[in-house]
Design a protein around this ligand. Structure first.
Ligand code: AGV
Ligand code: CA
Length: 315
């Protein structure tokens, strides 16, 4: 069986970096490109952490990491963006004090265009942050559309309440969509097949203390220890869910790139609100574009699957 070729654009959050680690361990996937957009992160530590994760957990992949030059409309909270500094500083990623994986000289959107144009096969795009780099790539080089197998995106929500709590906004949007609503609109305007993991898709996979303790008990495995250390940076879910509660948003999205018995989806039609108090809100509408959205996950099987992947990252 030939491997699925995947290009990964992420925004340096804890679960984005955890996703990069998991992609490197998934047998069915060949990672063909990585780029980082400074949305839910600061750029330099997120690029640096990505290079170190590829060094530490890659299996000789010939990858470099491209930095984005994109800027959002609505910036992420600083406390969340700081996480990339903490991951980059983990002793586990800094044992050798040399980094082999290079930073690309190309900006992310050009790196994406080049990777698609040079590929013989269509490539699956995995985006776990805003869609700005993809929108810019499509604008400059619309021909790449036919090289895209599909887009798997973490973003949006069809619930009445999203996870944005900002002045001048009504709270109906999800953050990745809110950071750059125009980019989502531009991507929705193409013929690209889109698989979405929305907020409701991840409701069954919050980061609970039970999960943290399970990983802690298995920390003798280097991959489990790495993920446990990463998620230790996120505030725990103690009594009630809040705006800071962490879900495995991007990890679920990453795992859904290949078909899984424990992930179910449905097809809907929708559009995105581009401005005003609801900007970034994704809205169901028969006349809107078609997307496939994950609507059911078996929580236990999901955690079993990702923990098994972490076990595979032994030396
Ligand atoms: O809206 C979810 C997206 C995902 O791509 N990100 C985090 C994931 O990487 C933004 C976000 C929402 N709530 C957050 C976020 C929180 N409490 N901490 C950090 N980031
Ligand atoms: Ca993210």
């Amino acid at each position: 069986m030939s491997k699925k070729q995947v290009y990964f654009n992420h925004d340096g959050g804890v679960d984005d970096l955890a996703s990069l680690f998991l992609l490197l361990t998934m047998e069915e996937i060949e990672l063909v490109g990585v780029s980082v957009i400074p949305a839910d992160c600061y750029l330099e530590p997120a690029v640096s952490a990505s290079r170190k994760i590829i060094d530490r957990f890659g299996k000789g992949e010939d990858l470099n990491v491209a930095a984005s030059t994109s800027r959002g409309v609505n910036p992420f909270p600083k406390e969340w963006r700081m996480h990339a500094f903490y991951v980059d500083a983990l002793p586990l990623l800094n044992e050798s004090n040399v980094v082999h994986t290079l930073k690309s000289e190309l900006p992310a959107h050009v790196h994406l265009i080049q990777t698609l144009e040079q590929s013989k096969e269509p490539i699956t795009l995995l985006f776990t942050g805003p869609l700005t780099d993809l929108a810019r790539a499509l604008e400059i080089a619309p021909g790449i559309e036919k090289k895209i197998e599909k887009l798997v995106w973490m973003g949006g929500t069809f619930l009445n309440e999203g996870n944005v709590e900002e002045p001048e906004h009504d709270g109906t949007a999800e953050w990745n969509a809110f950071w750059d609503p125009e980019a989502v609109a531009a991507v929705f305007d193409t013929e690209i097949e889109i698989n979405m993991v929305a907020l409701e898709s991840t409701n069954q996979v919050p980061l609970t203390n039970e999960i943290r303790n399970m990983w802690a008990s298995q920390r003798k495995h280097i991959g489990v220890d790495f993920i446990g250390q990463c998620y230790a940076m996120c505030p725990p879910l103690v009594h009630i869910e809040t705006n800071s509660t962490y879900y495995l948003w991007d990890v679920l999205t990453t795992v859904s790139v290949t078909p899984q018995s424990f992930i179910h989806s449905k097809v809907v039609n929708c559009y995105i609100e581009k401005d005003g108090v609801s900007q970034g809100r994704t809205i169901l509408d028969e006349k809107g574009r078609e997307v496939t959205v994950v609507n059911d996950v078996d929580r236990d099987l999901f955690f079993q699957y990702i923990t098994a992947l972490m076990h595979q990252a032994e030396d």
